[in-house]
Design a protein around this ligand. Structure first.
Ligand SMILES: [Cu+2]
Length: 179
């Protein structure tokens, strides 16, 4: 009985600070729900702003196995799943940089690292981007007038090739929703 009691206290201590940060709105926050090319929901995520950029967390359930590129695209719409989410535009890129972490003239504000989808179709991911924000205080504003979307590509990003690192088709998209 004593051991069980200690475990419960430990869980409470971990859960409390995570919940209170979100509830009290200590930093601007946004959410995202990913849909695939059939319009089926395949993931959820959150975006929180720190002083130096945005922390992006998301989970995926229902994509093909393999390395995937993900970027912040410049228009907050995912209404055209069967057309490959072209309505989400190009990358968030207010200063007209070249694409790619490895490009001498990059990266653009929408660039993000690749992530891996396991054989069961799932992934859990955390990323930080120092060139974007939810209020324009750092780099590209994800919640400007036309919003933004997180877009997942079928292949990984080579972090060099223009304009999207050879990442191929857009296989999932999530509108960044403020508040
Ligand atoms: Cu992209």
């Amino acid at each position: 009985m004593k051991i069980r009691h200690v475990v419960l206290i430990g869980l409470t201590a971990v859960a409390f600070p995570l919940a209170s940060m979100a509830d009290e709105g200590m930093s601007p926050a946004a959410s995202v729900e990913f849909v695939d090319n059939e319009g089926e929901v395949v993931g959820q995520g959150s975006i929180e702003q720190g002083t130096a950029g945005v922390l992006i967390n998301f989970s995926i359930d229902g994509l093909d196995e393999g390395w995937k590129a993900i970027h912040i695209h410049s228009v907050g719409t995912c209404d055209d799943p069967e057309e490959g989410f072209q309505a989400s535009g190009g990358h968030l890129n207010p200063d007209d940089s070249k694409h790619g972490y490895l490009n001498p003239e990059g990266p653009d504000a929408g660039d993000l690292p690749n992530f891996y989808v396991h054989g069961d179709g799932t992934a859990m991911v955390e990323m930080f981007n120092e060139r974007a924000s939810l209020d324009g205080s750092v780099g590209g504003n994800m919640l400007d007038d036309d919003g933004s979307a997180l877009v997942i590509h079928e292949n990984p990003d080579d972090h060099m090739t223009q304009p999207i690192g050879g990442a191929g088709a857009r296989v999932a998209c999530g509108v960044v929703q403020g508040g």
